[in-house]
Write a protein that binds this ligand. Structure first.
Ligand code: HEM
Length: 220
């Protein structure tokens, strides 16, 4: 078993690795969301709904807020931060749970109003993803308020894994196209790879987390 000092170093290094690797995507997502404010002409943007003020605000804010989550959610797990800066952990935790729920709800609203580019199965995959994000964020804050910090930690870890699902989705595509040049993937997102992807960017990672949490509970 690693000492608690070694464990802190591993966790810190893992978080830095995660933030730095997802940073290019987070910057791109932040910029994609900001286009609603800074672009002189949105008519060619496929997420833009002419005359749809509320749904436009929702989906473009979703992109920028999601980018912020990818930087700030991992910091909640920074070793020693909660003990030394408890007020920061609590306040940013509230903001991040609220932010996660808003990102999830905005994504769900977009699915409901416009539907995804991939159609039915992408609506289902992303819909379940949105519900899980809202559920995990709600449970994380609920158990923190109940001061049941063991259960709070489990839900917060689920929020962490789900936050990076959006990045993992693109990462899977990048790796797949690099090695296969897009085998079983179509511009309409209805190839076998696309269909699997609708669930593969979050379900396997959640499963690994659940197995790890069970193992941890058994060995505690
Ligand atoms: C947490 C981090 C998240 C980030 C950074 C993020 C970012 C983005 C970005 C940048 C886009 C535009 C994609 C493009 O240009 O191709 C997008 C689209 C979308 N996002 Fe998210 N998102 C996040 C979470 C979620 C969640 C939790 C949901 C759940 C409902 C969701 C649902 C969607 C949907 C449905 C679209 C439109 C898909 C399409 O038709 O192409 N996202 N998101």
């Amino acid at each position: 078993m690693p000492t608690s000092r070694a464990r802190q170093i591993y966790v810190g290094a893992g978080l830095v690795f995660l933030i730095l690797h997802s940073l290019p995507f987070a910057i791109w997502a932040m910029h994609s969301g900001a286009l609603l404010l800074i672009s002189p002409d949105m008519s060619e943007n496929r997420f833009y709904t002419p005359g749809g003020t509320v749904i436009n605000l929702a989906i473009f804010a979703h992109m920028s807020l999601g980018a912020l989550l990818m930087v700030f959610v991992p910091l909640q797990f920074w070793p020693g931060l909660r003990a030394r800066f408890g007020a920061y952990h609590r306040w940013s935790g509230r903001m991040l749970c609220l932010g996660s729920a808003l990102v999830g709800l905005a994504g769900l609203a977009y699915i409901f109003v416009r539907g995804t580019i991939g159609g039915f199965w992408m609506d289902i995959g992303f819909g379940i993803y949105g519900v899980l994000v809202c559920l995990s964020a709600g449970q994380a804050i609920r158990y923190a308020r109940k001061r049941d910090f063991a259960v709070h930690r489990r839900w917060a870890l689920r929020v962490l894994v789900l936050t990076f699902g959006s990045w993992l989705y693109r990462l899977h595509y990048g790796v797949w196209y690099f090695f296969t040049e897009g085998l079983a993937s179509t511009p309409e997102f209805d190839g076998t790879f696309d269909l699997v992807q609708n669930f593969a960017f979050y379900l396997p990672y959640l499963l690994v987390l659940e197995l790890w949490l069970r193992r941890e509970a058994r060995t505690a």
